[in-house]
Design a protein around this ligand. Sequence first.
Ligand SMILES: [Zn+2]
Length: 141
Amino acid sequence: MPDARKTADEFAEVWTVPGAVMTLANGEQRLRGGKCQGCGAEIFPKPKVCLSCWSEDIADDPLPTRGKLYAFTVVHVARKGWRTPYVIAYVDLENGVRVSAPLACDPKAVPAYDSAVRLKVGEIGRTDDGRPIMSHQFEQA
Ligand SMILES: [Zn+2]
């Protein structure tokens, strides 16, 4: 039972990249990329300004949920509240966008390079006051 003396903010989730995950009308969670309306570049996370042509006309671009593991490293010292050790990876999505994200796996049994992975959204730790730290992640598909 929640403590009635706490405010809603004290129970609120904390996101590693606020706004990085969007929920589509069908309930599916996707990464919120940005597609530049000037040059067509696709970028994650969605920027305010295109990194290629400086256009400010950037549309929401729900990114593919599947990709391949490009690179990774095991992190032993992390931000406060994050569970360690954890794996941080670069994933190449099916549309070519490269995304950095935690890889949900045993750090001693990381999938091989080029393994198929899929998006997973979930908790990666807790703040000092017990709020969940949420993040986009990937897991072996
Ligand atoms: Zn552009």
